[in-house]
Design a protein around this ligand. Structure first.
Ligand SMILES: NC(=O)c1ccc[n+]([C@@H]2O[C@H](COP(=O)([O-])OP(=O)(O)OC[C@H]3O[C@@H](n4cnc5c(N)ncnc54)[C@H](OP(=O)(O)O)[C@@H]3O)[C@@H](O)[C@H]2O)c1
Length: 177
């Protein structure tokens, strides 16, 4: 196991050297950040920290592990970044605004990544895991974390190049941005 703190991206080259060829990269790490709306006093440090982990983190990790994905043993590298239904532009809700914005920005990053990686035959998608019982989701959430994780692994194993650039639910169904 190799540990990585996304606050310190300087360790990424060493990670790439340590993990070897990769078929599947799942960018799962995320933080919820402060529960404030757009009227709260601006706190640039906490806002930027949420973006650092949730948006820049998956981009930087994927960039660093690109050589590993290009060497995918199956010849088909796949990148799945865990986004959120809170990114959905159909919601007008404003709580946790940094989190919502960071995941919407992550979706845009993943869409662009899909465009850039398509010629390399590497697929990139955003995944909405649903509301999951974890430290972040809390005990009242709808879904069991193990079942959602299995669903995402199954999705990763079944993914095709035709799905690249999409926003998918954990069961593989396409959803609105
Ligand atoms: N739970 C939900 O209902 C829900 C809904 C939509 C989306 N999501 C997304 O699903 C993903 C997993 O969330 P979760 O529910 O499992 O949340 P969680 O219980 O709070 O776990 C967060 C995970 O992110 C890692 N992490 C946080 N900061 C990090 C950093 N600086 N560097 C490296 N890793 C870091 C944590 O690692 P450590 O354990 O080592 O701290 C932990 O594995 C996140 O991207 C989240 O936004 C969750």
């Amino acid at each position: 196991m190799h540990r990585l703190d996304l606050h310190d991206l300087s360790t990424l080259p060493a990670l790439s050297g340590a993990v070897g060829p990769l078929d599947i990269l799942i960018n799962n790490a995320g933080v919820i950040g402060p529960d404030v709306n757009t009227l709260a006093a601006p706190d640039a440090a906490s806002f930027l920290d949420v973006f650092r982990i949730n948006t820049l983190g998956p981009l930087a990790v994927t960039q660093s592990l690109l050589p590993n994905l290009r060497a995918a043993p199956t010849g088909f590298g796949r990148v799945l970044s865990i986004s959120s239904q809170m990114a959905w532009m159909g919601y007008a809700k404003s709580d946790h605004i940094a989190y919502r914005a960071s995941k919407a920005a992550l979706n845009k990053v993943m869409q662009g990544m899909a465009t850039d990686l398509a010629p390399l035959r590497i697929a990139a998608v955003s995944v909405d895991p649903g509301w999951v019982r974890t430290d972040m989701g809390g005990p009242k959430a709808d879904l069991d974390a193990g079942q959602v994780a299995e669903g995402i692994l199954d999705l990763a194993s079944r993914m095709t190049m035709a799905q690249t650039g999409q926003f998918l639910r954990h069961d593989g169904k396409r959803r609105d941005w």
